[in-house]
Design a protein around this ligand. Structure first.
Ligand code: F6P
Length: 363
């Protein structure tokens, strides 16, 4: 059978292990040899013991675990063509020309560049006498399938990325804990949540925690937000509300592109309302812990489909990314989705929020 390599790349997220498990087992079920590559692209470049032949039992008892058991790394070497050539050599040596990449848009972009260069890299390896003509012929195409693991839910073309649901649970648990202490002391809490350039986590947790105010990158507040925020807190306090939750997404800014941070919000409340508040930066707590039931099943579905897709691929197949659309697992062209994601990020940077929202189609 064919060999297929599976690896995780970029920031980890809960459910990556479930996707790995499903991919490995589907590969075995379909009669091919799965490899797991440790430490993402770094391991692919370094070779050696980073390539692990996987058995059915290699992925037992990991579906619930957060993070990624095979590690993930940012790899400067893979950004260079020389590094990618080393990676190509390491793959061909092990009869691998099929890859399942579990990662974010950066990792999937890297995979696509690799795929486009692949035959040229093999030509060079052949000229250097590192691979044989037979190997060059047999592995002339690199087949790549992406699975999106990210807590941010910032990838265009999928309703959800693997890990976002668990992160929502983590943030919700944290807010519930904070709410009980805030209630007791009639306090104002300002929470920073993750999401890089995407307000998904902030917006959803803001709604379900009855937050008083949410700041997120896609919807900068009116320039008089200082007054509006303080008036709201004042009014609701007078109405008997004992606790106040304000959620600030990392990456939030005002209409001029000036960052809105938890410290700035705290200062506004102190200056205008003369009220103390407390800040909690949830940080990486949001990215770890046990994987939610939803992310486990999403990971199973996506990981299994990715291997089916990569084993079906031929020289003419457009590389795909596995996504969730209306609760169905689908394959869509990888590069179209990556380009849309990057366009959405650019739109946010340039202040075209409506365009970013339209491209993402989330809110
Ligand atoms: O992309 C996932 C994420 O957790 C973002 O929400 C956050 O901005 C970033 O990664 C943090 O990166 P690091 O783990 O490298 O600090």
């Amino acid at each position: 059978g064919q060999s297929v390599a599976i690896f995780t790349s970029g920031g980890d997220s809960c459910g990556m292990n479930g996707a790995l498990r499903a991919s490995v087992r589907m590969a075995i079920y379909l009669g091919s040899q799965p490899y797991m590559i440790r430490e993402g692209y770094q391991g692919m470049v370094e070779g050696g013991e980073h390539f692990v032949k996987a058995k059915w039992s290699s992925v037992s008892s990991i579906i619930h675990l957060g993070g990624t058991i095979i590690g993930s790394a940012r790899c400067a070497e893979f950004m260079q063509r020389e590094g990618r050539k080393k990676a190509a050599f390491n793959l061909v040596q092990r009869d691998i020309n099929r890859l399942v990449v579990i990662g974010g848009d950066g990792s999937l972009t890297g995979a696509n560049i690799f795929r486009q260069e692949w035959s040229g890299l093999l030509d060079e390896l052949l000229a250097e006498g590192k691979i044989t003509t037979q190997q060059r012929e047999k592995y002339v195409d690199l087949h790549v399938v992406g699975v999106v693991g990210s807590i941010d839910n910032d990838f265009c073309g999928t309703d959800l990325t693997i890990g976002a649901n668990t992160a929502l649970h983590r943030i919700t648990e944290a807010i519930d804990s904070i709410a009980s202490t805030a209630y007791s002391h009639k306090r104002i809490f300002i929470l920073e949540v993750m999401g890089r350039r995407c307000g998904f986590l902030a917006m959803i947790t803001g709604i379900i925690s009855e937050a008083d105010y949410v700041f997120c990158p896609e919807a900068p507040p009116p320039m008089d937000w200082h007054d509006r925020l303080c008036e709201k807190l004042q009014k609701e306090g007078e109405g008997g509300q004992r606790l106040h939750i304000i959620i600030v997404a990392e990456g939030a800014s005002d209409l001029n592109g000036e960052p809105i941070t938890v410290e700035i919000v705290k200062k506004v409340i102190l200056d205008k309302l003369k009220r103390e508040s407390r800040i909690t930066v949830l940080g990486h707590v949001q990215r770890g812990g046990a994987t939610s039931a939803y992310d486990r099943i999403l990971a199973c579905r996506m990981g299994a489909e990715a291997v089916v897709a990569v084993l079906e691929a031929t020289g003419n197949t457009t590389p795909v990314v596995v996504v969730l659309t209306n609760n169905q697992i689908e394959r869509i062209p990888l590069m179209g989705a990556v380009e849309r994601t990057q366009a959405a990020n650019e739109a946010l940077k340039s202040g075209d929020w409506a365009k970013a929202i339209a491209l993402r189609g989330v809110f």
